[in-house]
Write a protein that binds this ligand. Structure first.
Ligand SMILES: NC(=O)C1=CN([C@@H]2O[C@H](COP(=O)(O)OP(=O)(O)OC[C@H]3O[C@@H](n4cnc5c(N)ncnc54)[C@H](O)[C@@H]3O)[C@@H](O)[C@H]2O)C=CC1
Ligand SMILES: CC(C)CC(=O)C(=O)O
Ligand SMILES: [Mg+2]
Length: 354
């Protein structure tokens, strides 16, 4: 029996997770996969109850699980807390505890959703990018100080560090992924300014030399522009923690909505699966969030952590079929389509599962 730790978190996390869990349960029943789903708390709601955003019990359960399905954390209510107690520490802490260093964020534009992009249809049509984002290092995990004082004035600083071995392992992940795709890696950095980026570029260059993939390098500012100018030029996009965070939110709308996009975070142990978006406080509690990113993250869990590609594909096809039937949550709704609440969208996917 496989153990799955389910962590809904805050805001829309609760709503989207209900839909994803129902889909995961039904799929595993259909495919005879023996799983046990157990729910754990994290984020601001966990802080309210336990005075920590990442209770020890949640970490222990995640480490002992075969896969972790995570919703999202955060919200204005907790923004005043000291840094170590903020809800975001739950997801950062969990990534660190699980040692998941490779964040895979597929950005695909489904042909029937190409017109939903804010860009012209002819620009986004055919886009199929895999963002491989380094997840366990870089500036999100560097030393920082918020209240340093210098000559009586406040000063804050963050640091980014990357070691050769951290870069090598994520470059390896990107090259392996590229070999199963169109064999091209674009490594994104800011090597014209940053020391970490210069090490990044040299190391990626060396790692990819024997990998039987083609490689090019792009500065992150240019990449942000190329993603909207010609997204179809990218295959695998390899980058650091912060650049990957920013570029993946940008790229997410090529396919219609950030609510559609899943991710897998992989390392040596348990994998962590989440939508790429946050807790969306602006729409939380209204039953209007798009649950597809989380449902598709459950599919990635079946594929990468449970080794069940057919069951994963069944979920992916069911999401496609529900969308092709015309169901749309508010983020993608248009006249003439079937308006879906979060729960309706989950139910529409469930009906398509086979
Ligand atoms: N992995 C995590 O838990 C993450 C947490 N956060 C946290 O989430 C909170 C909100 O952050 P924001 O910057 O507003 O980013 P966000 O991703 O939560 O929301 C950005 C925009 O996208 C919309 N959106 C996001 N997910 C959606 C969905 N499934 N369906 C429909 N619309 C959706 C929201 O309504 C909002 O307008 C903050 O506290 C932030 O720190 C942000 C990103 C990731
Ligand atoms: C708390 C943030 C670092 C999470 C985030 O924005 C992300 O991983 O996409
Ligand atoms: Mg983000």
């Amino acid at each position: 029996m496989k153990k799955i730790a389910v962590i809904p978190g805050d805001g829309i996390g609760q709503e989207i997770m209900q839909a994803a869990v129902a889909v995961l349960r039904r799929t595993t029943e259909l495919y005879g996969i023996d799983i046990q789903l157990q729910q754990y708390e994290a984020g601001g709601t966990a802080y309210d109850r336990t005075h920590t955003p990442l209770p020890e019990q949640t970490v222990r359960a995640a480490l002992a699980a075969d896969g972790v399905l995570f919703g999202a954390v955060g919200g204005d209510r907790w923004d005043h807390l000291p840094p170590a107690l903020r809800p975001e520490q739950a997801v950062l802490g969990l990534r660190k505890a699980l040692g998941v260093y490779a964040n895979l964020r597929p950005i695909t534009v489904r042909p029937y959703l190409a017109s939903y992009s804010p860009l012209k249809e002819e620009i986004v049509r055919g886009t199929d990018i895999l963002i491989v984002r380094e997840l366990a290092g870089g500036i999100y995990f560097g030393a920082r100080e918020e209240a340093a004082e210098e000559a009586g004035k406040m000063r804050a600083w963050d640091t980014e560090t990357y070691s050769v071995s951290e870069i090598e392992r994520i470059a390896r992940t990107a090259c392996i992924a590229a070999k199963q795709r169109r064999r091209h890696v674009t490594s994104v950095d800011k090597a014209n300014v940053l020391a970490t980026s210069r090490l990044w570029r040299r190391t990626v260059q060396r790692s990819a030399a024997t990998a039987e993939v083609t490689l090019d390098h792009m500065y992150v500012d240019n990449c942000a522009m190329q993603l909207v100018r010609c997204p179809t030029r990218f295959d695998v996009l390899l980058t650091s923690n912060m650049f990957g965070d920013i570029l993946s939110d940008e790229a997410s709308v090529l396919g219609g909505s950030i609510g559609m996009m899943p991710s897998a975070s992989l390392g040596e142990k348990t994998g962590l699966y989440e939508p790429i978006h946050g807790s969306a406080p602006d729409i939380a509690g209204k039953n209007i969030a798009n649950p597809c990113g989380t449902i598709l993250a459950a599919a990635m869990l079946l594929r990468h952590s449970l080794g069940k590609p057919e069951a994963a594909a069944a979920i992916e096809h069911a999401v496609d079929a529900a969308l092709q039937e015309g169901w749309r949550t508010a983020d993608m709704y248009r006249d003439g389509m079937k308006r879906a609440s979060t729960a309706d969208m989950g139910a529409a996917v469930l009906r398509q599962l086979r």
